[in-house]
Design a protein around this ligand. Structure first.
Ligand SMILES: NC(=O)c1ccc[n+]([C@@H]2O[C@H](COP(=O)([O-])OP(=O)(O)OC[C@H]3O[C@@H](n4cnc5c(N)ncnc54)[C@H](OP(=O)(O)O)[C@@H]3O)[C@@H](O)[C@H]2O)c1
Length: 329
Protein backbone atom coordinates (compact mmCIF):
# COMPACT_ATOMS: atom_id res chain seq x y z
CA UNK A 1 0.00 0.00 0.00
CA UNK A 2 1.56 3.31 -1.08
CA UNK A 3 0.93 6.66 0.59
CA UNK A 4 2.39 9.62 -1.27
CA UNK A 5 4.80 11.88 0.57
CA UNK A 6 2.71 14.82 1.88
CA UNK A 7 5.70 17.18 1.37
CA UNK A 8 6.21 16.19 -2.27
CA UNK A 9 5.72 19.69 -3.64
CA UNK A 10 8.05 21.45 -1.20
CA UNK A 11 11.42 21.22 -2.97
CA UNK A 12 10.81 20.73 -6.69
CA UNK A 13 11.04 23.68 -9.08
CA UNK A 14 8.26 23.95 -11.65
CA UNK A 15 8.95 25.78 -14.90
CA UNK A 16 6.49 27.13 -17.43
CA UNK A 17 6.51 25.15 -20.65
CA UNK A 18 6.98 27.71 -23.42
CA UNK A 19 3.99 30.05 -23.66
CA UNK A 20 1.52 27.42 -22.41
CA UNK A 21 -0.39 27.06 -19.19
CA UNK A 22 1.60 23.97 -18.24
CA UNK A 23 4.23 23.84 -15.51
CA UNK A 24 6.68 20.95 -15.63
CA UNK A 25 9.12 19.86 -12.94
CA UNK A 26 12.75 20.80 -13.62
CA UNK A 27 13.50 17.06 -13.41
CA UNK A 28 11.24 14.60 -15.21
CA UNK A 29 11.48 10.80 -15.17
CA UNK A 30 12.16 8.79 -18.33
CA UNK A 31 11.07 5.18 -18.88
CA UNK A 32 13.41 4.17 -21.75
CA UNK A 33 15.47 1.88 -19.50
CA UNK A 34 14.74 0.25 -16.11
CA UNK A 35 11.04 -0.44 -16.79
CA UNK A 36 11.21 -3.47 -19.06
CA UNK A 37 11.10 -7.17 -18.33
CA UNK A 38 14.83 -7.29 -17.47
CA UNK A 39 14.31 -5.08 -14.39
CA UNK A 40 12.51 -6.51 -11.34
CA UNK A 41 9.05 -4.97 -11.10
CA UNK A 42 9.54 -3.85 -7.51
CA UNK A 43 12.72 -1.95 -8.50
CA UNK A 44 10.79 -0.05 -11.18
CA UNK A 45 7.96 0.62 -8.76
CA UNK A 46 10.38 2.01 -6.14
CA UNK A 47 11.83 4.44 -8.71
CA UNK A 48 8.38 5.75 -9.71
CA UNK A 49 7.30 6.17 -6.11
CA UNK A 50 10.56 7.96 -5.25
CA UNK A 51 10.04 10.29 -8.20
CA UNK A 52 6.47 11.20 -7.31
CA UNK A 53 7.43 11.63 -3.66
CA UNK A 54 10.06 14.18 -4.77
CA UNK A 55 7.58 16.24 -6.80
CA UNK A 56 8.42 14.72 -10.21
CA UNK A 57 5.03 14.94 -11.86
CA UNK A 58 6.13 14.35 -15.45
CA UNK A 59 6.78 10.82 -16.78
CA UNK A 60 8.17 10.37 -20.29
CA UNK A 61 7.34 7.16 -22.17
CA UNK A 62 7.14 5.87 -25.71
CA UNK A 63 5.26 3.00 -27.33
CA UNK A 64 8.48 1.01 -27.85
CA UNK A 65 10.18 1.41 -24.45
CA UNK A 66 10.93 -1.98 -22.96
CA UNK A 67 12.23 -4.54 -23.56
CA UNK A 68 9.91 -5.90 -24.96
CA UNK A 69 8.41 -2.91 -26.80
CA UNK A 70 5.34 -1.79 -24.86
CA UNK A 71 6.61 -3.22 -21.55
CA UNK A 72 7.35 0.15 -19.94
CA UNK A 73 3.84 1.43 -20.69
CA UNK A 74 2.36 -1.79 -19.35
CA UNK A 75 4.40 -1.54 -16.17
CA UNK A 76 3.48 2.09 -15.56
CA UNK A 77 -0.17 1.25 -16.31
CA UNK A 78 -0.08 -1.28 -13.47
CA UNK A 79 1.59 1.21 -11.09
CA UNK A 80 -0.90 3.91 -12.03
CA UNK A 81 -3.74 1.60 -11.08
CA UNK A 82 -2.10 0.19 -7.92
CA UNK A 83 -0.45 3.32 -6.50
CA UNK A 84 -1.52 6.48 -8.28
CA UNK A 85 -5.23 6.05 -9.06
CA UNK A 86 -6.12 8.95 -6.79
CA UNK A 87 -3.25 11.09 -8.15
CA UNK A 88 -4.00 10.99 -11.91
CA UNK A 89 -4.63 14.73 -12.08
CA UNK A 90 -1.28 15.43 -10.42
CA UNK A 91 0.57 13.60 -13.20
CA UNK A 92 1.63 14.72 -16.66
CA UNK A 93 2.15 11.58 -18.72
CA UNK A 94 3.74 11.62 -22.16
CA UNK A 95 4.06 8.93 -24.77
CA UNK A 96 5.31 8.83 -28.37
CA UNK A 97 5.09 6.96 -31.64
CA UNK A 98 7.01 6.77 -34.93
CA UNK A 99 9.81 4.27 -34.20
CA UNK A 100 9.46 0.57 -35.04
CA UNK A 101 6.67 -0.94 -32.98
CA UNK A 102 4.85 -3.75 -34.79
CA UNK A 103 5.34 -5.73 -37.96
CA UNK A 104 4.10 -4.69 -41.35
CA UNK A 105 3.79 -1.40 -43.21
CA UNK A 106 1.89 0.49 -40.46
CA UNK A 107 4.08 -0.40 -37.47
CA UNK A 108 6.52 2.52 -37.74
CA UNK A 109 7.11 6.08 -39.00
CA UNK A 110 4.62 8.94 -38.87
CA UNK A 111 1.59 8.19 -41.03
CA UNK A 112 -1.83 9.03 -39.64
CA UNK A 113 -2.46 5.26 -39.56
CA UNK A 114 0.57 4.54 -37.37
CA UNK A 115 0.16 7.46 -34.97
CA UNK A 116 -3.55 6.87 -34.36
CA UNK A 117 -3.26 3.09 -33.94
CA UNK A 118 -0.16 3.37 -31.77
CA UNK A 119 -1.74 5.86 -29.39
CA UNK A 120 -4.79 3.61 -28.99
CA UNK A 121 -2.45 0.75 -28.08
CA UNK A 122 -0.52 2.97 -25.64
CA UNK A 123 -3.72 4.04 -23.88
CA UNK A 124 -4.69 0.40 -23.40
CA UNK A 125 -1.27 -0.50 -21.96
CA UNK A 126 -1.23 2.57 -19.72
CA UNK A 127 -4.83 1.90 -18.63
CA UNK A 128 -5.63 5.57 -19.32
CA UNK A 129 -8.38 7.40 -21.24
CA UNK A 130 -5.95 10.07 -22.38
CA UNK A 131 -2.29 11.03 -22.14
CA UNK A 132 -1.26 14.55 -21.28
CA UNK A 133 1.26 14.76 -24.09
CA UNK A 134 1.69 12.82 -27.32
CA UNK A 135 4.83 13.19 -29.44
CA UNK A 136 5.76 12.36 -32.95
CA UNK A 137 8.97 10.60 -31.90
CA UNK A 138 10.95 11.29 -35.07
CA UNK A 139 10.76 13.09 -38.39
CA UNK A 140 9.50 10.93 -41.26
CA UNK A 141 10.98 12.10 -44.56
CA UNK A 142 8.51 10.01 -46.63
CA UNK A 143 5.19 11.06 -45.10
CA UNK A 144 3.80 14.51 -45.98
CA UNK A 145 4.25 16.76 -42.96
CA UNK A 146 0.61 17.87 -43.25
CA UNK A 147 -0.56 14.27 -42.76
CA UNK A 148 1.52 13.80 -39.59
CA UNK A 149 0.63 17.19 -38.17
CA UNK A 150 -3.09 16.88 -38.94
CA UNK A 151 -3.07 13.51 -37.16
CA UNK A 152 -1.60 15.26 -34.09
CA UNK A 153 -4.29 17.96 -34.28
CA UNK A 154 -7.04 15.32 -34.59
CA UNK A 155 -5.63 13.31 -31.67
CA UNK A 156 -6.09 16.38 -29.47
CA UNK A 157 -9.58 17.01 -30.91
CA UNK A 158 -10.50 13.39 -30.09
CA UNK A 159 -9.45 13.98 -26.48
CA UNK A 160 -6.83 11.22 -26.55
CA UNK A 161 -4.03 13.69 -25.76
CA UNK A 162 -4.23 17.12 -24.17
CA UNK A 163 -1.09 18.45 -25.89
CA UNK A 164 1.30 17.41 -28.64
CA UNK A 165 5.04 17.67 -29.09
CA UNK A 166 7.81 17.00 -31.59
CA UNK A 167 10.92 14.96 -30.93
CA UNK A 168 14.12 14.89 -32.98
CA UNK A 169 12.67 16.84 -35.90
CA UNK A 170 15.19 18.78 -37.96
CA UNK A 171 15.00 22.56 -37.86
CA UNK A 172 13.00 23.34 -41.00
CA UNK A 173 10.45 20.58 -40.42
CA UNK A 174 10.06 21.67 -36.79
CA UNK A 175 9.46 25.28 -37.87
CA UNK A 176 6.82 24.09 -40.37
CA UNK A 177 5.30 22.00 -37.58
CA UNK A 178 5.12 24.90 -35.12
CA UNK A 179 3.32 27.03 -37.73
CA UNK A 180 0.92 24.28 -38.80
CA UNK A 181 -0.05 23.35 -35.28
CA UNK A 182 -0.53 26.99 -34.26
CA UNK A 183 -2.71 27.67 -37.29
CA UNK A 184 -4.87 24.72 -36.25
CA UNK A 185 -5.21 25.96 -32.66
CA UNK A 186 -3.17 23.08 -31.22
CA UNK A 187 0.14 24.79 -30.52
CA UNK A 188 3.15 22.54 -30.09
CA UNK A 189 3.68 22.27 -26.34
CA UNK A 190 7.28 21.14 -26.37
CA UNK A 191 10.26 20.00 -28.41
CA UNK A 192 12.23 17.00 -27.11
CA UNK A 193 15.89 16.83 -28.09
CA UNK A 194 19.24 15.70 -26.73
CA UNK A 195 21.07 18.53 -25.01
CA UNK A 196 23.87 17.70 -22.60
CA UNK A 197 27.48 18.71 -21.97
CA UNK A 198 28.65 16.25 -24.65
CA UNK A 199 25.96 17.06 -27.22
CA UNK A 200 25.20 20.71 -27.65
CA UNK A 201 23.69 20.40 -31.14
CA UNK A 202 20.32 21.97 -30.20
CA UNK A 203 22.24 25.11 -29.20
CA UNK A 204 24.49 25.25 -32.22
CA UNK A 205 21.89 24.33 -34.86
CA UNK A 206 19.28 26.75 -33.49
CA UNK A 207 16.66 24.16 -32.43
CA UNK A 208 16.64 25.46 -28.85
CA UNK A 209 16.07 29.05 -29.90
CA UNK A 210 13.52 28.10 -32.57
CA UNK A 211 11.39 26.29 -29.99
CA UNK A 212 11.47 29.32 -27.70
CA UNK A 213 10.58 31.67 -30.56
CA UNK A 214 7.61 29.44 -31.44
CA UNK A 215 6.42 29.50 -27.82
CA UNK A 216 7.23 25.83 -27.27
CA UNK A 217 9.14 24.47 -24.31
CA UNK A 218 12.29 22.38 -24.66
CA UNK A 219 12.96 19.16 -22.76
CA UNK A 220 16.34 17.43 -22.82
CA UNK A 221 16.66 13.67 -23.09
CA UNK A 222 19.74 11.69 -21.98
CA UNK A 223 20.95 14.70 -19.94
CA UNK A 224 23.70 12.58 -18.36
CA UNK A 225 24.72 11.06 -21.73
CA UNK A 226 23.27 7.75 -20.48
CA UNK A 227 25.46 7.84 -17.37
CA UNK A 228 28.75 9.01 -18.88
CA UNK A 229 28.32 12.42 -17.21
CA UNK A 230 28.38 10.91 -13.72
CA UNK A 231 30.97 9.15 -11.61
CA UNK A 232 29.70 5.78 -12.97
CA UNK A 233 32.64 5.01 -15.26
CA UNK A 234 35.49 6.88 -13.53
CA UNK A 235 37.05 3.62 -12.33
CA UNK A 236 36.06 1.07 -14.95
CA UNK A 237 32.72 -0.46 -15.93
CA UNK A 238 30.62 -1.53 -12.90
CA UNK A 239 28.78 -4.81 -13.42
CA UNK A 240 25.38 -3.21 -12.74
CA UNK A 241 25.91 -0.27 -15.13
CA UNK A 242 24.09 0.31 -18.42
CA UNK A 243 27.19 -0.52 -20.44
CA UNK A 244 27.57 -3.86 -18.62
CA UNK A 245 23.98 -5.03 -18.44
CA UNK A 246 22.20 -3.41 -21.39
CA UNK A 247 24.70 -2.34 -24.03
CA UNK A 248 22.10 -1.90 -26.79
CA UNK A 249 22.55 1.87 -26.90
CA UNK A 250 25.63 2.62 -24.77
CA UNK A 251 28.67 0.50 -25.52
CA UNK A 252 32.09 0.19 -23.87
CA UNK A 253 33.58 1.74 -27.02
CA UNK A 254 32.07 5.07 -25.89
CA UNK A 255 34.72 5.22 -23.14
CA UNK A 256 37.52 6.46 -25.39
CA UNK A 257 40.64 7.98 -23.81
CA UNK A 258 39.48 11.46 -24.93
CA UNK A 259 36.02 10.98 -23.38
CA UNK A 260 37.51 9.68 -20.13
CA UNK A 261 39.84 12.68 -20.02
CA UNK A 262 36.85 15.01 -20.43
CA UNK A 263 34.82 13.21 -17.79
CA UNK A 264 37.70 13.48 -15.32
CA UNK A 265 38.23 17.18 -16.07
CA UNK A 266 34.51 17.91 -15.70
CA UNK A 267 34.48 15.90 -12.48
CA UNK A 268 37.22 18.17 -11.10
CA UNK A 269 35.07 21.22 -11.83
CA UNK A 270 32.09 19.57 -10.13
CA UNK A 271 34.21 18.75 -7.07
CA UNK A 272 35.42 22.36 -6.89
CA UNK A 273 31.76 23.44 -6.97
CA UNK A 274 31.12 21.09 -4.03
CA UNK A 275 28.83 18.73 -5.92
CA UNK A 276 28.71 15.55 -8.00
CA UNK A 277 29.41 15.51 -11.73
CA UNK A 278 25.77 14.48 -12.30
CA UNK A 279 24.56 17.60 -10.47
CA UNK A 280 26.87 19.87 -12.47
CA UNK A 281 25.78 18.23 -15.74
CA UNK A 282 22.07 18.63 -14.97
CA UNK A 283 22.45 22.15 -13.60
CA UNK A 284 24.36 23.17 -16.74
CA UNK A 285 21.37 22.18 -18.90
CA UNK A 286 18.84 23.85 -16.61
CA UNK A 287 20.92 27.01 -16.66
CA UNK A 288 19.66 27.59 -20.25
CA UNK A 289 16.54 29.71 -19.95
CA UNK A 290 14.87 28.03 -22.97
CA UNK A 291 14.98 24.64 -21.21
CA UNK A 292 11.83 23.61 -19.37
CA UNK A 293 12.98 20.28 -17.94
CA UNK A 294 15.51 17.45 -18.17
CA UNK A 295 14.34 13.84 -18.45
CA UNK A 296 16.57 11.78 -16.25
CA UNK A 297 16.87 8.02 -16.27
CA UNK A 298 17.54 6.29 -12.95
CA UNK A 299 18.20 2.64 -12.19
CA UNK A 300 17.51 3.10 -8.46
CA UNK A 301 15.77 5.52 -6.09
CA UNK A 302 19.23 6.39 -4.72
CA UNK A 303 20.39 7.67 -8.13
CA UNK A 304 17.23 9.68 -8.46
CA UNK A 305 17.75 11.27 -5.05
CA UNK A 306 21.38 12.10 -5.91
CA UNK A 307 20.28 13.80 -9.12
CA UNK A 308 17.71 15.92 -7.29
CA UNK A 309 20.67 17.65 -5.63
CA UNK A 310 21.13 19.65 -8.87
CA UNK A 311 18.20 21.80 -7.74
CA UNK A 312 20.54 23.20 -5.07
CA UNK A 313 23.47 23.72 -7.43
CA UNK A 314 25.18 27.10 -7.24
CA UNK A 315 24.91 29.40 -10.28
CA UNK A 316 27.73 29.04 -12.80
CA UNK A 317 30.37 31.75 -12.80
CA UNK A 318 31.68 33.02 -16.14
CA UNK A 319 35.01 31.38 -15.29
CA UNK A 320 33.36 28.00 -14.70
CA UNK A 321 31.43 28.21 -17.97
CA UNK A 322 34.62 29.11 -19.83
CA UNK A 323 36.51 26.24 -18.18
CA UNK A 324 33.73 23.79 -19.13
CA UNK A 325 33.71 25.06 -22.71
CA UNK A 326 37.49 24.69 -22.90
CA UNK A 327 37.28 21.04 -21.80
CA UNK A 328 34.74 20.29 -24.49
CA UNK A 329 36.41 21.98 -27.47
N1 LIG B 1 13.09 11.37 -27.73
C1 LIG B 1 13.99 10.43 -27.86
O1 LIG B 1 14.30 9.98 -28.95
C2 LIG B 1 14.67 9.91 -26.62
C3 LIG B 1 15.89 9.22 -26.74
C4 LIG B 1 16.50 8.77 -25.55
C5 LIG B 1 15.91 9.00 -24.31
N2 LIG B 1 14.72 9.66 -24.25
C6 LIG B 1 14.06 9.93 -22.94
O2 LIG B 1 15.02 10.43 -22.02
C7 LIG B 1 15.03 9.62 -20.84
C8 LIG B 1 16.36 9.63 -20.18
O3 LIG B 1 17.35 9.06 -21.04
P1 LIG B 1 18.60 8.34 -20.40
O4 LIG B 1 18.15 7.19 -19.56
O5 LIG B 1 19.59 8.13 -21.47
O6 LIG B 1 19.08 9.51 -19.37
P2 LIG B 1 20.40 9.83 -18.59
O7 LIG B 1 19.91 10.56 -17.37
O8 LIG B 1 21.37 10.51 -19.48
O9 LIG B 1 21.03 8.42 -18.18
C9 LIG B 1 20.41 7.65 -17.20
C10 LIG B 1 21.35 6.55 -16.69
O10 LIG B 1 22.54 7.12 -16.14
C11 LIG B 1 22.90 6.43 -14.96
N3 LIG B 1 22.78 7.37 -13.84
C12 LIG B 1 21.78 8.25 -13.60
N4 LIG B 1 22.04 8.97 -12.50
C13 LIG B 1 23.22 8.55 -12.03
C14 LIG B 1 24.00 8.93 -10.91
N5 LIG B 1 23.63 9.89 -10.05
N6 LIG B 1 25.20 8.29 -10.72
C15 LIG B 1 25.60 7.33 -11.56
N7 LIG B 1 24.89 6.92 -12.64
C16 LIG B 1 23.71 7.54 -12.87
C17 LIG B 1 21.93 5.26 -14.85
O11 LIG B 1 22.46 4.16 -15.57
P3 LIG B 1 22.95 2.79 -14.89
O12 LIG B 1 22.76 2.89 -13.42
O13 LIG B 1 22.13 1.74 -15.52
O14 LIG B 1 24.41 2.69 -15.29
C18 LIG B 1 20.71 5.78 -15.57
O15 LIG B 1 19.83 4.79 -16.01
C19 LIG B 1 14.58 8.24 -21.36
O16 LIG B 1 14.12 7.40 -20.31
C20 LIG B 1 13.48 8.65 -22.31
O17 LIG B 1 12.32 8.96 -21.58
C21 LIG B 1 14.10 10.12 -25.37
Amino acid sequence: MYTANPSRYTHMQYRRCGRSGVLLPALSLGFWHNFGCVTPEEQSRAIVRAAFDAGITHFDLANNYGPEPGAAEERLGKFLQDDFASHRDELFIATKAAYDMWEGPYGSWASRKHLMASLDQSLRRLRLDYVDLFYCHRYDPETPLNETLQALVDIVRQGKALYVGLSRWPMEAARFGYDYLCQHDVPCLIYQGRLNLFDQAPKTDGILQAAATAGAGFISFSPLAQGLLTDRYLNGIPSDSRIAHDPRFLKAEALTPQTMERIRALNKIATARGESLASTALAWILHHKEVTSVIIGASSPEQLHKNLACLQSPDFSDEELAAIAAILT
